[in-house]
Design a protein around this ligand. Structure first.
Ligand code: S3P
Length: 429
């Protein structure tokens, strides 16, 4: 049987890549970015920045962005196409809103079904003019304004994208912006701001709540950025090595940001043999190597309070749960309905089709798994155009001698164009 062996360097992180490009565009001069993830989503942000007058060039593997400073975007002559990328749409809406320009944002079918009012309500309160389709969706039009009102925002829903968008808008505003997060989310934006020496205050209000205070406008001095490896991409191979007998792999250059590697703690609790070793800090992010070997997994309960830190890993955690002894319950997954697909549906439909007992009730999913290898017949997997569903089931298919046929693998390039190449490198018989 095929197993996973050896070591690879994981591609650049998607969230950090978007932010590296945007913050470079807001800097006052030339920024070199290394290890940028060249995925479809990130290229959407890059092309939109070009539309906004930012010069961006690639030489060999390095990208150079010639920043125009905060407030430096020019009127685009075309609509801004975000494709499938939620991060592009939210972050760029925030970034353009405090510039005196008018922008129309569009996206593909999936993105056009995702809520934009979750961000526009904040930008509108500040004074931006926003017209949404059916009050919530793309295409949308923003009338930006350099005189938006700096103010306090209270975020009830956990979203790193919304938080980051408000921060990006605030960088160009004269006065104090305060953002209170009722539930903490990923902190790549704050880390990159510290690395770029952007002065802001972050206060811990309680175990799960934080405030961020900015006092703009800011001048951001150019500083080169190296993008750390993507832990969410690494998660596919980590689970692959845990569930495929005789596997042992080392994944290098992974961002070890606590707000991103909660899935490793979950897998360790399930009995996963995983060793994490920090090697360095690059551009504000801790980075290191992760060693994984085949393990007999046991079911656990995953609490709702962890959901903002596991948000992109539930699909691959569901695959781990299917190979763990007992019933794994993952709670509080309402946000999964608002991702690239309704991931509660994508996970439950496909696992049920293979023959697993899966129940989704309210916002929880329970999966009855087994750590003894089952025999299955050929089954077609429906990705719903969702890259993380495609990669999760591609990993499960390795266990079943490729009997799971993924209906559309092209969506993998949204976040991990080198997935197949890296998988091939790790696979041995
Ligand atoms: C992201 C935040 C997360 C995540 C997405 C990327 C980001 O979304 O699902 O893939 O880069 O800020 P939320 O806005 O729901 O936190």
């Amino acid at each position: 049987m095929l197993k996973l062996k050896g070591s690879i360097k994981i591609s650049g992180d998607k969230s950090i890549s978007h932010r590296a490009l945007i913050f470079a565009s807001l800097s006052t001069g030339r920024v070199k970015i290394s290890n940028l993830l060249e995925s479809d989503d990130v290229m959407r942000t890059l092309n939109i920045l070009k539309e906004l007058g930012i010069k961006i060039v690639k030489k060999k593997t390095q990208w150079t962005v010639y920043g125009n400073g905060t407030g430096g975007y020019i009127q685009p002559s075309q609509v801004l196409d975000c494709g499938n990328s939620g991060t592009t749409s939210r972050l760029m809406m925030g970034a353009v809103s405090s510039n005196p320009i008018n922008c129309t944002f569009i996206g593909d079918n999936s993105l056009s079904k995702r809520s934009m009012s979750r961000l526009s309500i904040f930008l509108e309160k500040m004074g931006a003019g926003i017209k949404l389709t059916k009050k919530d969706f793309l295409p949308l039009h923003i009338d930006g304004d350099i005189n938006l009102i700096p103010m306090e925002h209270v975020m009830q829903k956990a979203s790193a994208q919304v938080k980051s968008a408000i921060i990006l808008a605030a960088l160009n505003l004269k006065g104090k912006t305060r953002i209170i997060e009722k539930r903490n989310t990923r902190d790549h934006t704050e880390r990159l701001m510290r690395y770029l020496k952007i002065n802001f205050k972050k206060k811990i209000l309680s175990k799960s709540s934080t405030s961020i205070e900015l006092n703009g406008p800011y001048e951001i001095k150019p500083r080169d950025i190296i993008v750390a490896g993507d832990p969410s991409s690494a998660a596919f191979f980590i689970v692959g090595a845990l569930i495929i007998p005789k596997s042992m792999i080392t994944l290098k250059n992974i961002a070890l940001n606590k707000s991103r590697i909660a899935f490793i703690d979950v897998l360790k609790k399930m009995g996963g043999k995983i060793k994490v070793k920090k090697t360095k800090t690059i551009s504000g992010e801790d980075v290191g190597n992760v060693q994984v070997s085949y393990s007999l997994l046991n079911a656990i309960e995953v609490k709702a309070s962890s959901s903002p830190y596991l948000i992109d890993e539930y699909p691959i955690l569901s695959i781990a749960a299917s190979q763990a002894k007992g019933v794994t319950v993952m709670k509080g997954l309402s946000e999964l309905r608002h991702k690239e697909s309704d991931r509660i549906k994508s996970i439950t439909t496909n696992l049920s089709k293979i023959g697993f007992k899966v129940i989704s009730k309210n916002d929880d999913i329970s999966i009855k798994g087994s750590n003894e290898l089952q025999v299955i017949n050929r089954k077609k997997i429906k990705t719903y155009g969702d890259h993380r569903i495609a990669m999760s089931f591609a990993i499960l298919s390795l266990l079943y001698k490729n009997k799971l046929i993924i209906d559309d693998e092209s969506c993998i390039s949204i976040s991990y164009p080198d997935f197949k190449k890296h998988l091939k490198k790790l696979s041995t018989n």
